[in-house]
Design a protein around this ligand. Structure first.
Ligand SMILES: [Zn+2]
Ligand SMILES: [Zn+2]
Length: 441
């Protein structure tokens, strides 16, 4: 029997889990996880590419893992296609995306073979070309496979833009299982981000947007038992545990699609990673894997939340205007040529930040209930250790002063309100950053 694709989420179930009453777009995404997945992909391609060729995007590493095999199968099925094989250390930038876009002229379908970078580039180009996008994940390294956003550096600034998720996802479990340990570790950190980012979103929603819904988090937690109970098994490459992690990442991406934004899975902890990515332009320091950088951000967010939960409404001082001006004044020194872009982002949330003076004290008791739900930094560090990460900044090639600068300034690079803004306003950010630095040294 030929294996067949199935929808990744059930819309009936989503309706039942929704707490906000708004309509959620259930993404029209189908997945096939089977050893025959690539063969089915080639057959589907033969049907889809009768008029225009497909464009297959991979890199040196994912070509070996899966791309070469897929290209072979496409040839066997007489599918017209072109292949773009990128260097192994490619990064998703507007410059590279433009080059692939030009190359994709005349293509009727984009297929990306790989992890974060390949998926982002594929989605971005397909969206711009207005052609379907299919994904072939090669590692449980991040949660972007199923999300409706792309993360891309535009003029040096890391942005997340809306984008259609893939229509079809083809998974060969063997490829996922054999992915390098470092990628599995990165994915493990990325999937845990939701434990803090969902709280960021809940707090932001209470203060301003009112957009919070428990559905995305419920969906994102769907496969949690598969990876959180025995992280050691991910380290060992146990089939069930690695596929559990992969599923967790897929659901985490679906959660973002359902929310219509990255809010459920990307908060202050992700800003730390984006900060380090962007700083490469100034320091020349090559960023580490997305998920590993996010892992350091998770520890910081947890440290912030613990301190916030200890504050009382009477401890809150009106300091919004000064805090904003003081930070804004530092932007040119931190960002040099990138300063105008960063200033734009920070200015976008100025009005909301100024309202902290009144809204935080008014809502503090309710906020504290949210803060108290976050696990301790030690809880996360223990999980990271058990998956084989020592989580030392030195092992991650993140200089201490860069981490500290990121902790203190990452809130400026994005107009989303996160725990980093709450912490800066209440004056606990620096202590939390220093405590985190100690834990990661
Ligand atoms: Zn809802
Ligand atoms: Zn992420």
């Amino acid at each position: 029997m030929i294996a067949s694709k199935h929808p990744i989420v059930d819309s009936k179930k989503c309706e039942a889990l929704c707490t906000c009453g708004h309509e959620h777009q259930t993404p029209a995404m189908e997945i096939l996880s089977s050893e025959e997945a690539y063969a089915v992909l080639a057959q589907d391609c033969a049907l889809a590419c009768t008029e225009k060729p497909a464009l297959l995007i991979d890199d040196e590493n994912t070509h070996t893992a899966a791309g070469a095999r897929i290209a072979e199968l496409l040839e066997d099925n007489s599918v017209p296609f072109r292949l773009v094989k990128l260097p192994g250390d490619s990064v998703s930038t507007d410059e590279l995306a433009d080059r692939i876009f030009n190359y994709s002229s005349g293509s009727g379908l984009i297929i990306a073979v790989g992890g974060g970078t390949m998926t982002d580039l594929g989605k971005f180009v397909a969206e711009k070309r207005e052609v379907p996008f299919w994904s072939v994940p090669t590692a449980p390294s991040m949660n972007g496979y199923t999300s409706s956003i792309v993360a891309i550096k535009i003029n040096g600034v890391k942005k997340t833009l809306p984008s259609l998720p893939p229509r079809y996802i083809y998974v060969d479990p063997k490829v996922i299982r054999n992915s390098p340990l470092r990628l599995r570790q990165a994915g493990f950190c990325d999937v845990l981000a939701k434990s803090v980012s969902d709280r960021d979103w809940q707090a932001e929603s209470l203060l301003f947007s009112g957009t919070y819904c428990a559905l995305p988090s419920a969906i994102a937690s769907e496969a949690e038992s598969g990876y959180i109970n025995d992280p050691e098994k991910i380290l060992q490459g146990d089939r069930q545990a690695v596929m559990g992690l992969f599923e967790g990442l897929l659901f985490s991406g679906v959660a973002m699609s359902l929310a219509g934004s990255s809010a459920p899975a990307s908060g202050g902890e992700h800003l730390i990673s984006h900060f380090l990515d962007m700083r490469e332009a100034i320091t020349g320091i090559k960023p580490n894997l997305h998920g590993l950088q996010v892992g350091t951000g998770i520890v910081l967010s947890a440290a912030c939340y613990r301190r916030l939960a200890d504050l009382e409404a009477k401890d809150l001082k009106p300091a919004a205007a000064e805090a904003f001006e003081a930070d804004a004044a530092r932007i040119p020194y931190i960002w040099e040529d990138l300063a105008p872009e960063v200033e734009k982002q920070f200015l976008n949330k100025r009005d909301r930040l100024l309202k902290f003076d009144t809204r935080l004290p008014e809502n503090w008791d309710e906020l504290k209930n949210i803060f108290a739900k976050v696990r301790t930094p030690d809880f996360f560090l223990d999980l990271f250790h058990r998956v084989g990460l020592d989580m030392k900044l030195s092992s991650l090639d993140i200089p201490e002063e860069e981490f500290l600068l990121g902790a203190m300034s990452a809130r400026m690079i994005r107009d989303r309100i996160t725990v980093l803004d709450l912490s800066a306003h209440t004056g606990i950010l620096e202590e939390a950053a220093r405590e985190t630095l100690e834990m990661l040294s």
